[in-house]
Design a protein around this ligand. Structure first.
Ligand code: GLU
Length: 320
């Protein structure tokens, strides 16, 4: 049985880009007769709010989407909120530590930013220079007295992460360019990279469909799958929606949130029609229900470029 998921972070309101990802995750599973899981990624409790999570679910239902498992409908792999799954992350850390894959890192953000000005990895992100990789036990003990460390996952510098993304094609990223990455912060917060893999594996997710901004996270996540010997899912990164100036949509821009569109009286079918048109699923933006798109959906035909909002779509969404 194919299993997909939509995994929003409730740190703000859903916007058109999030809605497109949700619609595509739904279509992908409905088209193959699979199951869809809704997982609330509220691991960073300081940034997330329960109201946003409830609002997200309400708005997704308003769009006409449903899910087979989730915080509200339950299911065999719950809880479906990351904030309630920390014992699983702790256990994963324990196993990785025992396998010698983690080491404590005492570098401060400021120190890392200084060195980060030099080598950036192929993903355009600062690569960890390995400062704390080879500290001796004595050095670690001494530093622990002054500072709580984060935990870093040691990547195999010689290895290359290689995977086929169903939209973006063959990817090959040398792990020496990715660098060792944090799986638990000094303040105890588990990193997204760890939590997402632990959850996708525990929930039996076979198809990870998400925004293209996370394509660069995939090599790190694959190394975690491999460290545990868990089967790797298929990855489908879908293009982000950008505004007419080519800028990424922000959760702070009210006008493109589902809440705003809904309160302005825009029908859900029009939002779905506009999203389907933008993703190339239909020739013109017409009013549609998600179910009407299932038969014409093929993940392999999605564009691999950012999707720009058009004037026509914007005016359709501003209409009553
Ligand atoms: N929680 C992430 C987000 O809202 C998505 C994580 C994922 O799909 O892997 O951007």
């Amino acid at each position: 049985m194919r299993r997909g998921r939509f995994a929003p972070t409730p740190s703000g309101q859903l916007h058109l880009g999030n809605a497109l990802t949700a619609l595509l995750a739904w279509l992908h599973m409905r088209a193959v007769g699979g199951q869809l899981i809704l997982r609330v990624e509220d691991i960073d409790v300081a940034r997330c709010r329960t109201e946003y999570a409830l609002q997200m679910m309400d708005e997704l239902r308003w769009l006409g989407l449903d899910w087979d498992e989730g915080p509200d409908v339950g299911g065999p792999c719950g809880p479906y909120e990351q904030s309630r799954r920390t014992s699983l992350y702790e256990e994963a850390i324990r196993i990785l530590e025992q396998a010698g894959r983690l080491y404590p890192c005492f570098c401060s953000r400021a120190e890392l930013l200084q060195v980060a000005s030099a080598p950036h990895n192929v993903l355009g992100e600062p690569r960890y220079p390995g400062t704390c990789r080879a500290l001796t036990d004595v050095e670690r003990m001494a530093r622990r007295r002054a500072k709580e460390p984060s935990l870093r996952f040691r990547v195999d510098d010689q290895a290359v992460a290689s995977f086929v993304d169903l939209v973006y094609g063959q990817q090959r990223v040398p792990l020496s360019d990715v660098g060792d990455f944090v799986v638990r912060r000094a303040d105890g917060l588990f990193a997204y990279q760890l939590a997402v893999v632990v959850d996708d594996a525990a929930m039996g997710v076979t198809d990870v469909l998400r925004g293209a901004d996370l394509l660069s996270s995939t090599p790190r996540q694959l190394t975690i799958y491999q460290a545990f010997g868990w089967p790797e899912p298929t990855f489908v990164h879908v293009p982000l929606v950008v505004d007419r100036d080519g800028q990424k949509l922000s959760k702070r821009d009210r006008s493109i949130t589902l809440a705003y569109l809904r309160s302005s009286g825009v029908p859900a079918s029009r939002v779905v029609g506009v999203l389907a048109f933008l993703a190339g699923l239909c020739d013109k933006p017409v009013e549609l229900s998600p179910g009407e798109l299932i038969s014409r959906f093929d993940v392999k035909r999605l564009p691999n470029q950012p999707i720009r909002l058009t004037e026509e779509c914007e005016s359709m969404l501003a209409m009553r």
